[in-house]
Design a protein around this ligand. Structure first.
Ligand SMILES: *Cc1c(COP(=O)(O)O)cnc(C)c1O
Length: 410
């Protein structure tokens, strides 16, 4: 189908993206994206790949040699880790605190793994005692969890889970897409064996690249399934003695071979996305992990205070709230979608809707990456308040912006 704009120059509207992701990318990331393309084995490109590995060791706070990008959105990183670790019949324990916990189950089931879940009410997190009990009973190969589940805005504490996994010799994987850079993530200190993320939340880039890191013991487990494609296989290559990984594209044994010294051909690294990922990591490390997290905490607290000052009720257990996103109940008698659309059309501001049991009940408002800034928080609160007043919602007027300003010195 065509219409009269089909052949026009691309001209997307300027939006302020204040939902649970994607968000507006940092300007420097846009610049990086438009840099010249080079060949995948150009020494400059392989040099950039090595730099990206080093930069993401900083982001993940790890010494892991196996730190690299999976080409695709965050979900590709999740799928690559699960399909590369799990063989049919392997046992995996998954605490489900929201939508993305269900996604981990769904991927593990497709692999043919035996999945046991710990089902947590939305708005809460999984206590470590429940993990320990389930590990004792079920004896899984892998514990797979989500850190920040944006569907519920809860941040699952990982430190004790990591200690438990060490004690029972269980591999520990976490999807930290929504939480990285907005909340602390300490891969080595917390004994995580595999972590995957995406760029489009607090790292401040576009979706389309999934940085991952694997511990040595995790890389060993995966490399036992190594199978190098005919056509690039040489005499010195020895196949692993365990079952071949069922996906070719997401075969992390081959992806490690491509990022390693042999540069074994697999896919063609997504050059522009690698540039973007590199810039996201540079921005994070320049500002410093603690400062980036603190900036997200201030912005998140300011947003939450503003919403409360409006008389709105926040969703979930505040003790475990992610710094970078807040769930807020849609006021009685108000059509949440109408408000969202008016915010978009009149102010150019996007806030998030919700999934599953929370659909139609809460909005989700994010303050992430480039948008974890005072002006974004204040503008969003002022805009939301005026649209709600227009719709005669029963809110407290005139307090929200001032309450949020109280979190900033000027
Ligand atoms: C946003 C989000 C993702 C995003 O996955 P995409 O494939 O990039 O859409 C994954 N996991 C979590 C926990 C998220 O919040």
């Amino acid at each position: 189908m065509t219409n009269n704009t089909t052949f026009e120059t691309l001209n997307p509207p300027q939006r302020m993206l204040m939902g649970p992701g994607p968000i507006n990318a940092y300007p420097r990331v846009h610049q990086a994206l438009s840099s010249s393309l080079i060949g995948q084995y150009d020494p400059v490109m392989t040099g950039y790949m090595n730099q990206v590995q080093q930069l993401y060791r900083g982001v993940f706070q790890t010494q892991n040699q196996q730190t690299m990008l999976v080409d695709g959105t965050a979900r590709s990183g999740i799928e690559a880790v699960l399909v590369s670790i799990l063989q049919p019949g392997d046992k995996v324990l998954i605490p489900v605190i929201g939508r993305f916990g269900h996604l981990l189950c769904e991927i593990a089931q497709r692999v043919g793994a035996k999945v046991k879940t710990i089902d947590i009410e939305w708005g809460e997190v999984c206590p470590p005692e429940a993990i320990e009990k389930a590990i004792k009973e079920f004896q899984p190969k892998l514990l797979a969890t989500v850190q920040g589940d944006t569907s519920t805005t809860m941040n699952q504490p990982l430190k004790q889970m990591g200690e438990i996994c060490q004690r029972y010799d269980v591999l520990f994987y976490c999807d930290a897409t929504a939480s990285v850079a907005g909340n602390h993530l300490k891969t080595d200190e917390w004994h995580l064996d595999a972590v995957s993320v995406g760029l489009q939340k607090c790292l401040g880039g576009p979706s389309g690249s999934a940085p991952i890191t694997l511990s040595d013991r995790c890389a060993e487990v995966i490399n036992r399934r190594k199978h190098i494609e005919a056509g690039i296989r040489a005499d010195h290559h020895v196949a692993g003695d365990e079952a071949m990984i069922q996906s070719n594209y997401f075969d992390l044994a081959m992806v490690m071979g491509y990022w390693g010294p042999e540069r074994l051909n697999h896919h063609t690294e997504a050059t522009s996305m690698l540039y973007a990922a590199r810039e996201c990591a540079r921005l994070f490390l320049e500002e410093g992990a603690d400062q980036v997290v603190a900036r997200h905490k201030i912005a998140g607290d300011a947003m939450a205070s503003g919403l409360r000052a409006m008389g709105l009720e926040l969703f979930g257990n505040p003790q475990f709230k992610m710094n970078n996103v807040v769930g807020v109940y849609i006021p009685q008698g108000i059509d949440g979608e109408k408000i969202r659309l008016e915010l978009l059309h009149r102010f150019g501001i996007e806030i998030g809707t919700s999934f599953g049991p929370l659909h139609g009940k809460i909005w989700r408002i994010g303050t992430m990456g480039f948008n974890a800034r005072q002006e974004c928080v204040l503008t969003t609160l002022a805009a939301l308040e005026s649209i709600l007043i227009k719709h005669k919602a029963k809110i407290i007027a005139g307090q929200a912006v001032v309450a949020a300003m109280g979190h900033y010195s000027q």
